[in-house]
Design a binder for this molecule. Structure first.
Ligand code: ATP
Length: 240
């Protein structure tokens, strides 16, 4: 569904991606794991059009999307759920959800999507009239995810959905990803929480300083000594 080939991108003289290639099959969950500053967010920003690449190609459903403006990429069916629980704090939960469906002209369809969201995220229904800025961190993350779903995307780019959340909310995020996969949404998940990412994904890539250094089925990468040492072991220590 998505083929990224030899992608190079950066900020001024900072070369954040140095020829990244990866692919995401239709309805698969693919994860990209890596430490701080490895280039994970840059890759997602480049795919969603927020950052213009310097070289390489990005093909989605057989068509080149590299260099298109973000609204055109959204219209093709790719939603980007950015890092940091970005919600409109001065709007209510329901207004945030309505904003998420801004491409949909039919009010009835928007309402139906909101009802669907409420069925999967009951806390958002309870809080629908509350200002988003007053929600807890975990609730804001759920709202950010739900808002991306309001676009009814074919594919979601998830940037660190578990960052800074309590373990119980991380479990909830994991459940949400599993449910989205069951609904047929293709997912590219960027995570530092390698334990969760490898559990929930079919295939994984490891990125270090702008280069893919390892990739394979998640079930195999979980057992890879380099991954265990650099990403999984570290996390166990953090959890203790
Ligand atoms: P994290 O997990 O900490 O978010 P990441 O893997 O997502 O890390 P990126 O945010 O993609 O990493 O950053 C990759 C590199 O690009 C880093 O060296 C970072 O300092 C640099 N970088 C990111 N954003 C900018 C920017 N706006 N201007 C200049 N350099 C940037």
């Amino acid at each position: 569904m998505l083929i990224v080939d030899n992608l190079a991108a950066g900020y001024g003289h900072v070369q954040a991606l140095k020829g990244v290639s990866l692919k995401v099959d239709d309805q698969a969950v693919v994860t990209l794991i890596g430490s701080n500053g490895a280039g994970k967010s840059t890759l997602l920003k480049t795919i969603s059009g927020l950052l213009k690449p310097k070289a390489g190609s990005i093909v989605f459903e057989g068509r080149e999307i590299k260099g298109l403006d973000p609204d055109k990429i959204i219209a093709r069916g790719i939603a980007h759920c950015p890092e940091g629980r970005k919600v409109f704090s001065e709007l209510t939960v329901k207004e945030n959800l309505e904003m998420g469906a801004y491409l949909e002209k039919s009010k009835a369809k928007v309402e139906a999507r909101i009802e669907n969201i409420y069925a999967s995220f009951p806390i958002l229904k309870e809080r629908q009239s509350q200002m988003a800025g007053t929600l807890s961190g975990g609730e804001q993350q759920q709202l950010a995810i739900a808002r991306s779903l309001m676009l009814d995307p074919k594919m979601i780019l998830f940037d660190e959905p578990s960052l800074g959340l309590a373990p119980i909310i991380v479990d909830l995020v994991e459940d949400i990803i599993i449910k989205m996969k069951k609904r047929g949404i293709t997912i590219l998940l960027v995570e530092q929480n390698a334990n969760m990412a490898l559990r929930v994904s079919d295939y994984a890539y490891v990125i270090e300083t702008g280069r893919i250094i390892l990739h394979g089925p998640s079930s195999e990468l979980k057992k890879d000594e380099r991954v265990m040492k650099a990403y999984l072991g570290q996390l166990e220590v953090c959890r203790v």
